[in-house]
Design a protein around this ligand. Structure first.
Ligand code: AHR
Length: 691
């Protein structure tokens, strides 16, 4: 009993000592480094069905019959033929629907969609198809939205008949309004006669680019984006928008690499490409995963404009994925330096597409697509996760060629290099100084690391501390080198996750450590100019990689805890860093700081001091804000204040599609005179003091 009392007594004394220590000296008069408008942004890659089957609202899979198996995603009955001399040069396949030879054997096509064709009662869907009657005359297509699970009723829950006439290819459209909501539905097309007097054997219809979109897309655009998903991106307040990846930039083979010129112009004529994420992990294998490029570079620039985010395209540097094609494959898999010209020209042309006058080749195309005004592109990243070798500057020799040309032809563009896939180690150590030598404007760092790394406690395999992990990572970076773009990062849990034996991902705890780490980015905003969590999206039935920021199925979407961390940083970004010290040291979860991480900034628009505090310890911590500065600032005080808290008593808690609101930020008003606060165990709090 006595012993317990003594222990409790000691704990009380210790916690008082902690309380005394947690005095944050915050200088509110001296504005420090500007926090760039680009600081917190989004990384988009078509991984986890993020584009086709995700953000891109098209509901028909393999709409152009261009997958390796041209009928993948389609079921057929009757007499169907796949042909390849269609109206769209770069997507030549189409389907010929013939009379079956027997009046009761129907010729029909049925599409399974992306994990089902899902539609909602009374909403409107725009169906379109390119079609013709190759022998002239007319025929009819009966288009149906179907629910095969309807055992006591007919299957069709929405229907429209379209008369196809003449031997010229034409686009036909109609609207469908289903009378019930169906998640696992299908789209069906029956070949019918349009003229009952003519023999059925005369009916033949060719169909190409079969498409179905909700009419209610983001900003109501045709060829548009899923509204809930685009809105979720908008709500992040992204300052920068990286696109289109990720590894799909590189491709497994050069032919599969992402080529932006294939993603612009008429949608029907954008050549389908396979998606490398279909086969990347054989334990999550998706043979139907392809890229339609319906969400291409034009749509991307439009979205960036909608979001008020600076576009940041990442381009192939003449190298395929180095993970998949190592140095032995150099000649075979990468482009020789002397043959890089077309790749470099692609980069120059992309700048013209984004910024060029409407009389230039690519500026004209942009204008024809609907946007004569330039998109104001300022950044280009060359290469995704590339690296050099000790005796072969495989990446930098190629980057040098790009830089030489881009500096001359596109001086307005800031060039972003990469330090490869690792945040430390021989490859990072080799590339980081080279980025400075080469004079890139920024370089891209990637770190998918575990809890210890994000908390600054990671050890290498020999048990030595890993340098440069945790919230102090950027404190000692070269202030004269290129700026930093933390282009891909996320905390990947290391532990086994009890019953399902899954690692933690998007659970509250790992997201909290991301918040802790990000205090270090903000404190070092003089050199960290951009940061984008990755990946962005994941379809619950089709993911290859997690954690991810936003999860969805065909009907619903859910914001993860990591999403809210990103959103809070984006929303309370501020304009200038303010000095925040505890015992003359930055608050970065270092020894004696009891798991506290903190940063402060000034927000011009709100006219407010913003203090972000993350408590990663298992104890509540008392913190005192000791605002310092010029007399008038202090005398003036604050008019109002609020606190926004993201917390959970359960470290394993997570948001799910069924329970999306389990963990959300909560805002409460506090007295403007508040100086002493409690930061609960394992919580993230943002204090806003408005002048
Ligand atoms: O974000 C998932 C993948 O991680 C990206 O495609 C790649 O750049 C990185 O290895």
């Amino acid at each position: 009993m006595n012993k317990t009392l003594t222990t409790l007594g000691l704990a009380a004394i210790t916690s008082m000592a902690w309380a005394d220590n947690h005095i944050f000296d915050i200088n509110i008069s001296k504005k420090g480094a500007p926090i760039q408008p680009t600081m917190y942004g989004i990384f988009f890659e078509d991984i986890n069905y993020g584009a086709d089957g995700g953000l891109y609202a098209e509901m028909i899979k393999n709409r152009s019959f261009e997958f390796g198996n041209p009928l993948m995603g389609w079921e057929t009955t009757g007499k169907i033929e796949v042909r390849n001399d269609g109206p769209f040069e770069r997507n030549p396949h189409y389907v010929r629907m013939n009379y079956s030879g027997h009046p009761v054997i129907h010729t029909a096509l049925q599409n399974e969609g992306f994990f089902g064709v899902s539609f909602e009662k009374d909403k409107t869907y725009r169906f379109s198809v390119w079609a013709r009657c190759p022998e002239g005359g007319k025929a009819m297509l009966e288009v149906q939205l179907v629910n095969e699970a309807l055992d006591r009723n007919q299957h069709q829950v929405g229907r429209h008949k379209i008369v196809i006439e003449g031997s010229e290819w034409k686009k036909y459209e109609c609207e469908l309004k289903p009378w019930m909501t169906v998640e696992d539905g299908k789209l069906r097309m029956f070949l019918r006669t349009a003229d009952s007097k003519k023999p059925k054997s005369d009916i033949t219809v060719d169909v190409e680019h079969v498409s179905l979109f909700p009419t209610d897309t983001w900003k109501g655009r045709e060829n548009g984006m899923r509204k809930d998903l685009a809105q979720a991106l908008y709500d992040l307040h992204p300052g920068v928008f990286r696109f289109p990846g990720g590894c799909i930039v590189e491709g497994t083979n050069l032919e599969d690499r992402y080529q932006w010129k294939n993603t612009v112009g008429q949608v029907e004529n954008r050549p389908t490409n396979l998606n490398r994420w279909q086969y990347e992990f054989d334990y999550r294998f998706y043979p139907d995963y392809h890229q339609s490029y319906g969400l291409g570079f034009y749509e991307y620039f439009l979205l960036a404009e909608d979001f008020g985010a600076a576009p940041l395209p990442v381009l192939n540097c003449g190298m395929t994925c180095q993970y998949e094609n190592d140095i032995e494959g150099e000649a075979k898999y990468h482009v020789a330096v002397e043959d890089l010209d077309p790749y470099i020209q692609d980069a120059v042309d992309l700048v013209e597409f984004a910024n060029g006058d409407v009389n230039t080749t690519w500026g004209k195309l942009r204008a024809e697509m609907g946007h004569p005004e330039p998109f104001g592109l300022k950044y280009l990243a060359i290469g995704n996760e590339q690296w050099d070798y000790q005796d072969n500057p495989a990446y930098t020799k190629r980057l040098a060629r790009f830089m030489e040309v881009l500096r001359k032809k596109c001086p307005e563009i800031k060039i972003i290099g990469t330090t490869g896939p690792n945040s430390e180690g021989w490859d990072f150590d080799l590339l980081q100084p080279r980025m400075k030598q080469m004079g890139v404007d920024l370089y891209d760092e990637h770190f998918y690391r575990n809890e210890d790394w994000f908390l600054g406690k990671a050890k290498d395999k020999d048990g030595n501390p890993i340098k440069g992990c945790g919230a102090t990572r950027y404190d000692n970076y070269d202030r004269k080198g290129p700026k930093i773009f933390a282009g891909e990062y996320a905390c990947h849990g290391s532990g086994k996750y009890e019953s399902g034996k899954e690692k933690k991902c998007n659970h509250f705890e790992t997201s909290l450590y991301e918040a802790a780490f990000m205090t270090g980015m903000e404190r070092n905003a003089d050199i960290v100019h951009m940061a984008t969590y990755a990946p962005l999206f994941a379809h619950i039935k089709g993911w290859q990689w997690r954690p991810d920021l936003i999860w969805f199925d065909n009907m619903r979407s859910m914001k993860s805890c990591s999403y809210y961390v990103q959103q809070l940083y984006g929303h309370y970004k501020g304009d200038n860093v303010l000095s925040l010290m505890m015992n003359k040291k930055p608050v970065a979860g270092t020894e004696g700081q009891n798991g506290l991480h903190a940063t402060a900034c000034y927000d011009n628009q709100r006219n407010a001091v913003i203090v972000k505090v993350v408590n990663t310890s298992n104890e509540a911590q008392e913190v005192t804000f000791n605002f310092q500065g010029k007399g008038k600032d202090l005398k003036q005080g604050f008019k109002e204040a609020e606190v926004i808290a993201l917390q959970s008593a359960d470290m394993d808690a997570e948001n799910t599609l069924d329970k999306p609101d389990t963990i959300k930020p909560v805002t409460s008003a506090i007295s403007a005179d508040t100086r002493k606060v409690t930061v609960e165990a394992k919580s993230f709090k943002i204090f806003v003091f408005k002048k």
